[in-house]
Design a protein around this ligand. Structure first.
Ligand code: C2E
Ligand code: CA
Ligand code: CA
Length: 527
């Protein structure tokens, strides 16, 4: 795992951002779909109402015109088909949808616009028609003239003469009605219902009313005419649903991605560190350093801590490395020095005179122009003359040896001791011993761990300790966890010991209690 991704994974909970974005996208998907389908349903309903109103209007006008014509025809000089025939044929030709006009007297048809003179009882043509009524409408599967072609019969009685009137047969097609529906995507069909029969836009023959679909229709009545029209149209069509779901999917994917990238970019590790500095999320813990022979507290190492409000504790290994790689180590160290110096004023009450005050300094920081100013600020913030400040510097990242040597010398002139941290883990360890004037070597935890175990590293530790003895370098062993390790290190002349065997890193308060408990009051450590 790379440096950036290490911190990114710790500080930036990408997985949790992903989950949040997915939840938001899913919610949006459902809310958008529901709202859109609701609006579509409303719109479809309005549209259907409009179609219904137009259909009713059309039917009313048509029937009005038709009955007007029939009224006129009923007033033709009665009795003879010869005199009426021309007028009858002309009107039949000019009236939309009319197949035939028939003149009736005393229940007998005596003249047809199609076939001329004839004599046939009305019942023989349309058995269901009631010619006693002023107006009747009948739907039949066919007439005796044209069987098997649905036909509508309209009876208009002459108001002045019982049993006389005009009968119209209409070419039955619902196409004029369909025209109204063409704009409506949700259109499913029409049904014309007269009595128990219905003609639909889907069937060429009549069907019984009870066999019509029972849902998704609105019923249209036209005046007092004895028929109804049904407009079949679902409120929401399959196409509506498909379109809405697709749009919702695209929209929520886009919004989800937007939320995710906004979350990630607003919470970049750099911003998180700057925010942490601003909000005081960093604090310092102190691990006591013990004098090997007396096992009294002889100093401390200050360790930076980051308590993130959501992510909890973030390991210093991760955020320090990240800050180093992003050039943010300087503000972090400045904060660290500021906090440590504040605590030092309280700690000096219990810590022995000239106790080691270890601060970790990144080699990157030493190359920065502000380095000397930062050090001077720290020195002036520290209590005067009580602590022996030790800068713990790892050899990792120390590329510019010239500069390092110059800064080391400058630091020592300011009274600061230098310790090489994690000694033995870098490859150039021995070169340092030759080139630099150092005070301490901090023997890496890896070496200390090897003491109990019969590993190949153990002899290396022996050699290193012999070398430090010859060079008269003081040593601190870190990560001491067992009595055996401590025993071995004492025998081999290690100056100071640090590790969980004695104490974990503590708050300033805890360290003060620990020190009083172990040292039994202020003691002066001989240099
Ligand atoms: P380090 O300088 O080697 O610090 C010692 C680390 O070993 C600390 O881890 C400490 O808690 C841990 N440790 C101490 N005793 C034992 C033990 O007996 N057993 C085990 N297993 N571990 C022990 P921590 O605090 O997590 O720090 C990790 C590293 O982060 C430090 O290693 C140091 O390199 C860096 N660091 C911490 N604070 C600062 C800081 O203020 N500035 C800089 N530049 N680096 C820092
Ligand atoms: Ca250290
Ligand atoms: Ca170390």
């Amino acid at each position: 795992m790379g440096l950036k991704s290490a911190l990114t994974h710790t500080v930036l909970p990408r997985r949790s951002y992903l989950i949040k974005s997915l939840i938001a996208a899913t919610l949006l998907f459902f809310v958008f779909s529901a709202a859109t389908l609701y609006v579509i349903a409303l719109k479809n309903e309005q549209q259907q109402q409009l179609i219904g109103a137009r259909t009713a209007q059309f039917s009313a006008t048509y029937l009005q015109n038709l009955t007007d014509t029939m009224k006129r025809l009923s007033q033709l000089p009665g009795g003879s088909c010869d005199m009426a025939e021309d007028q009858l044929s002309r009107d039949a030709a000019l009236t939309l949808g009319v197949r035939d006009f028939l003149l009736v007297r005393d229940g007998l048809v005596y003249c047809s616009s199609a076939t001329g003179e004839m004599t046939l009882a009305v019942e023989d043509i349309f058995s269901g028609l009631d010619w006693h009524k002023p107006l009747d409408i009948q739907l039949e599967q066919g007439t005796s003239f044209v069987p098997n072609r649905p036909v509508i019969a309209i009876w208009y009685r002459d108001p002045d003469s019982e049993g006389s009137g005009v009968l119209a047969t209409l070419e039955l097609t619902l196409s004029p009605y369909m025209l109204f529906a063409q704009t409506d995507e949700g259109y499913h069909g029409f049904a014309l219902i007269i009595g128990d029969n219905a003609l639909t836009s889907h069937n060429t023959t009549l069907i019984a009313v009870k066999d019509l679909p029972h849902s998704h229709y609105s019923e249209i009545r036209v005046g007092d005419y004895p028929f109804t029209l049904r407009l079949y149209a679902p409120q929401i069509t399959g196409e509506n649903i498909r379109f809405t779901l697709l749009a919702a999917l695209l929209l929520s994917l886009m919004v989800g991605a937007l939320i995710y990238f906004t979350l990630v970019s607003r919470h970049s590790p750099e911003r998180e560190i700057m925010r942490a500095l601003r909000d005081g999320q960093f604090f310092v813990e102190y691990q006591p350093v013990m004098e090997t022979q007396s096992l009294k507290v002889a100093g401390l190492e200050a360790l930076m801590r980051w308590q993130h409000p959501f992510e909890g504790r973030i390991p210093p290994d991760i955020f320090i490395s990240y800050a180093e790689s992003q050039g943010m180590i300087v503000p972090l160290t400045q904060r660290m020095m500021q906090l440590a110096a504040e605590d030092a004023h309280r700690l000096q009450q219990v810590m022995p005179f000239k106790a080691k005050f270890g601060i970790n300094i990144s080699p990157h920081h030493m190359n920065k122009v502000s380095f000397r100013d930062d050090v001077m600020n720290f020195l002036s913030a520290m209590p005067e003359n009580h602590f022996q400040i030790v800068f713990e510097i790892t050899e990792r990242g120390m590329i510019d040896n010239e500069n390092a040597m110059r800064e080391f010398n400058w630091l020592r002139r300011q009274g600061i001791e230098i310790a090489i941290d994690d000694f033995g883990t870098g490859h150039s360890a021995l070169i340092y011993l030759e080139k630099f004037t150092l005070d301490y070597l901090k023997i890496d935890r890896g070496f200390v761990m090897s003491i109990d175990q019969n590993t190949l590293i153990a002899p290396v530790l022996d050699t290193v300790l012999k070398l430090t003895e010859e060079l008269k370098l003081k040593t601190v062993a870190e990560g001491v966890e067992t009595v055996q390790q401590a025993e071995y290190l004492r025998k081999h002349g290690v100056t100071l010991l640090q590790g969980y065997l004695y104490s974990k890193p503590l708050s300033a308060e805890e360290l003060m209690h620990f020190t009083v408990e172990v040292n039994g009051g202020n003691i002066v450590l001989e240099k």
